[in-house]
Design a protein around this ligand. Structure first.
Ligand code: ATP
Ligand code: ZN
Ligand code: MG
Ligand code: MG
Length: 465
């Protein structure tokens, strides 16, 4: 990619989240991730080009020096900062505007700094030779927090029984964010039990919200509908998937009913999530039992009497075990973190110059990672302890908000790299994306939000006698 000869016609709209907009290259397996701003930001509150560059550099450093060592080399692609011609960025912004979903248009793409992040396009398989006519399928899951908090600082008992995602659903429904409750529960996905994972994935397919997207050949084919009232089209998805699951000599003679196709599709995702990361490993992996707390959420629709069945715990190197392990760095809960945040704030008021040494806003380098890893386990009343726990909390928050991408394509019988199911066979790769640092200043907001979500949940589910 020659940065001085960028042409907007080589790129197309790919997708966006709350913080960034992504465009993909038409030929190469590359994407550009560009930051977004609230559209009402005026010119003087906007970041300077210098600040934007620093911001993106922080994102790359955080991914490279903090999240990658914690989550594993093979899952994380940190990308690189690129300086783009302003003319290219402006043309690109005009070009993608009409493709953007309405619910994301409260923010505008950064067309001022010329800074962006260049990443591999993870919805594609770069080594997927075109011997097969079927393009790769990519499943993107935003799994959210997979454990129940166990901190002694928790004041509301329901937080130990019902997971944050399930409680948050009620709050989001009340605020009009979504029109229907999702029946997905992260604790089922992170359980390691095939039955529970199956139910979790089924519920994601039925109500994807912003937790599930599916791509085919790099094109989005399944996600939540812009119009929140509309149901996603499972039948369309089945039509897309049919060529991947129609066994030529199978029972169904290539005419599997939709249900059987979805069933096999979910099995493939499950197997990938339970694997060590890529499809050239075999053997029964060691299971880990990470959660110290109750492993089931009382709001999950999974039948209680089936909980005892099956194989629990996630394989040690599986992508979900890695993510859960990092999420659990939040072992005090926001209720335990908020007082420590205030301790740091008080200290900084007295010694503002200490902000740099304590690396409150980065840089996110090995020394930041040391503070995360070597934080004392007991509170000795020091600011070092408070900063260490706050850093750990922020790292955990990133892991609670990341996405997993599973990209797979049919492979030929004789190929070595394959996920061995009955039939068909797939070659696949798994990555973790969206690993941005969460702001230190966001902690008071998180504290208030937690109270609101819990109080709303208690009010809405415990009807007066
Ligand atoms: P969020 O609101 O979830 O925090 P965000 O604004 O931080 O999102 P990302 O999640 O990084 O942005 O990117 C938005 C979307 O763009 C993703 O959900 C994904 O579909 C797509 N995307 C991001 N990075 C890549 C990549 N490297 N390859 C392919 N698609 C990508
Ligand atoms: Zn739940
Ligand atoms: Mg995202
Ligand atoms: Mg993000």
């Amino acid at each position: 990619m020659e940065l001085d000869k960028m042409d907007e016609n080589d790129w197309k709209y790919h997708g966006e989240g709350n913080k960034s907009l992504v465009v993909s290259h038409l030929q190469h397996c590359r994407v550009l991730r560009l930051l977004k701003f609230p559209s009402e930001d005026s010119a003087h509150t906007r970041q300077t080009a210098e600040q934007a560059f620093r911001h993106i550099l922080n994102i790359v450093d955080y991914s490279k020096y903090v999240m990658k060592p914690l989550l594993g080399e093979k899952y994380v692609h940190s990308g690189e900062v690129v300086k783009l011609p302003l003319d290219f960025v402006r043309q690109l912004s005009l070009k993608v505007q009409q493709e953007r979903p309405e619910l994301r248009c409260d923010k505008v793409m950064d067309t001022f700094s010329g800074c962006g992040l260049c990443l591999p396009n993870l919805t594609q398989l770069p080594l997927h030779h075109l011997r097969d006519h079927r393009p790769p399928i990519c499943v993107e899951i935003k799994p959210k927090c997979g454990f129940l908090p166990f901190s002694r600082h928790i004041t509301k008992e329901c937080k130990r029984k019902v997971c944050r995602f399930c409680m948050h659903q009620h709050y989001k429904l009340a605020n009009g964010k979504w029109k229907r409750l999702s029946r997905y529960c992260p604790l089922d996905l992170f359980s390691g039990s095939k039955q529970r994972m199956y139910v979790a994935l089924k519920n994601l397919l039925e109500e994807p919200q912003n937790n599930l997207k599916i791509f085919k050949g790099g094109e989005l084919i399944f996600s939540c509908k812009d119009d929140a009232k509309q149901q996603p089209e499972l039948n369309d998805l089945i039509q897309h998937l049919r060529p991947y699951f129609s066994h030529s000599n199978g029972l169904y003679n290539g005419h599997q009913p939709g249900k059987a196709i979805l069933n096999e599709f979910i099995q493939v995702i499950c197997s990938a999530l339970l694997s060590g990361g890529d499809s050239n490993r075999s053997g029964e992996p060691r299971k880990v039992h990470l959660s110290e707390s109750r492993p089931h959420c009382e709001a999950s629709p999974f039948p209680r009497d089936l909980l005892r069945n099956g194989n629990h715990g996630l394989p040690k190197d599986s992508v979900l075990a890695k993510i859960l392990q990092v999420q659990m760095l939040d072992n005090l809960d926001i209720e335990g973190i908020y007082p420590l945040y205030k301790r740091v704030e008080q200290y900084l008021e007295e010694f503002p110059k200490e902000r740099n040494r304590l690396q409150i806003d980065g840089p996110y380098n090995e020394s930041f990672m040391d503070k995360v890893k070597n934080c004392p386990t007991e509170d000795d009343g020091s600011v070092e302890y408070a900063v260490g726990k706050v850093h750990q909390y922020r790292v955990a928050m990133t892991a609670k908000d990341c996405s997993v991408m599973i990209t797979f394509a049919p492979c030929e019988e004789d190929e070595e790299q394959q996920l061995k199911l009955e039939k068909p066979r797939f070659t696949y790769s798994i990555s973790i994306l969206d690993l941005d640092p969460k702001p230190y200043e966001g902690i008071p907001h998180q504290y208030k939000l937690d109270t609101k979500i819990v109080n709303y949940y208690l009010r809405s589910t415990q009807a007066p006698p």
